[in-house]
Design a protein around this ligand. Structure first.
Ligand SMILES: [Zn+2]
Length: 435
């Protein structure tokens, strides 16, 4: 049991360096406690976690915030919001850097390596806050049909995914927010350029293949990736790529077919591809490889159809794997955003908005909690045992909340052991201080 304490030590170092807006009167709560407290509620998946720990602290003199997270003193919710508003989410990058190192190490390589030990990183934008009342200078704005102005936040998420693997690992996102000196409102395509400028070089050891929807299959982004030697698989719709589809219209693509048995049914997967296709009109158009993919049922009816453009060389040995990787892009919607919004992380819940960074920093801490959960699910045996004992994800976090509400556990191994065995060590039940 080394990973979780070392991740927490890294987070503590990062949170200690958050700017302290308390001029002159530093107060009796350490800067690290604000970041760690906010993180703890995302990690434990309960907005009530801190309140329950405060109650426990009253009765026991200490709580799981101290023993598990190293928080010396639990600040009030408002105090946390006030103090974190000045913390730029970019300060959390080293914690995500640690996740990138895990992705480069053998256990996660085995889980996530595809296309010859490469890492698939899916890009996609998602909205995580929207209000007609609250807002901050980092909000984007839009006018609703009723004439009201709505403030909202979106981010470009980058997530390591792999076909055939249920886990996903979020990396540091790029927040879509008003940019200094920009005339137009910020957008996903600009955000992806900033993301790549900040992280592309550092992630090169993972040999990333970037996945994205049709929006990213455009000349500037394809050129940006080609210039830096990076590869991509992007959805390519006919409706937004007229020149490309005119070019391939009538061409004879190469073909490959596979029959796949699914229970009693047999489906046919047809792959077609053409190399060196211009992405758009004009002499300077980037050349890409186009892949069309269809699934037919036994009666020859099309059940599913999609097309991509890619920089990867396509042949009859590689086409099925490239297509499977292209299809893994949906995992950022289904297994990242859906989980983040509807299964415990409450990404769209307003935990606090602030005036500078708060909304973004809380979202980044929430994503970090998700990244830790995925990493622990994959490599930490004690965590895996506790997780398996609960069977369902929701039960696991319900058990976490119940146990930590009544008992102070001295360490993570003791706590995870209790979760895995449904047994609380008797000595822990005798620590109640009698006033
Ligand atoms: Zn805002």
């Amino acid at each position: 049991m080394e990973l979780l304490p070392s991740l927490l030590a890294g987070l503590r170092t990062v949170c200690s360096a958050f700017p302290d807006p308390r001029k002159g009167r530093r107060g009796n709560i350490a800067m690290a406690d604000f970041g760690l407290s906010a993180f703890a509620l995302f990690f434990m998946q309960s907005a009530s976690f801190l309140a329950f720990q405060r109650a426990l602290e009253k009765g026991h003199g200490h709580s799981n915030c101290q023993t598990l997270f190293g928080i010396e003193k639990i600040p009030s919710d408002n105090y946390i919001r006030d103090m974190l508003d000045a913390a730029d989410p970019a300060l959390l990058q080293p914690c995500f850097g640690r996740i990138e190192q895990l992705l480069a190490a053998p256990p996660l390589r085995r889980a996530f390596g595809r296309l010859g030990d490469r890492t698939l990183i899916a890009w996609d934008g998602t909205e995580y806050f929207c209000s007609q009342k609250l807002g901050c200078p980092q909000c984007l704005r839009r006018k609703r049909a009723n004439g009201k102005i709505e403030s909202y936040h979106t981010m470009l998420a980058a997530t390591a995914v792999a076909p055939g693997h249920s886990k996903v690992v979020p990396l540091f996102p790029e927040f879509i927010a008003p940019q200094d000196g920009a005339e137009k409102q910020d957008c996903e395509r600009n955000a992806v350029k900033r993301w790549h400028a900040k992280h592309g070089e550092r992630l090169r050891p993972l040999r990333p293949v970037y996945l994205g929807d049709d929006l990213f299959a455009c000349q500037p982004i394809v050129k940006m990736l080609a210039d830096s030697g990076d590869d991509f698989i992007f959805t390519c719709k006919e409706s937004s790529h007229k020149a490309l589809y005119d070019f391939i219209d009538g061409a004879a693509p190469e073909r490959h077919e596979e029959k796949i048995r699914k229970g009693k049914a047999v489906e046919t997967r047809r792959y077609r591809w053409i190399a060196g296709v211009p992405l758009r009109d004009g002499k300077d158009a980037a050349l890409v490889n186009w892949i069309g993919f269809e699934i037919f049922d036994r009666n020859g009816r099309i059940k599913y159809s999609i097309a991509w453009v890619t920089s990867l060389p396509v042949n009859q040995h590689s086409v099925a794997e490239i297509a499977a990787c292209g299809r893994a892009r949906w995992k950022i919607e289904n297994e990242t955003f859906n989980v983040m919004k509807n299964h415990g992380y409450e990404l769209e819940h307003n935990f606090g908005h602030g005036e500078t960074f708060l909304a973004m920093t809380l979202a980044a801490l929430n994503l970090l909690a998700f990244a830790w959960h995925s990493a622990l699910d994959l490599v930490e045996p004690k965590w895996q045992a506790a997780r398996e004992a609960a069977a369902k994800r929701s039960s696991f976090f319900a058990h976490i909340l119940t146990l930590t509400t009544y008992v102070v556990f001295p360490s993570w191994p003791t706590f995870l052991e209790a979760l895995a065995t449904f047994t609380i060590p008797p000595e822990l039940l005798q620590t109640q201080k009698i006033e």
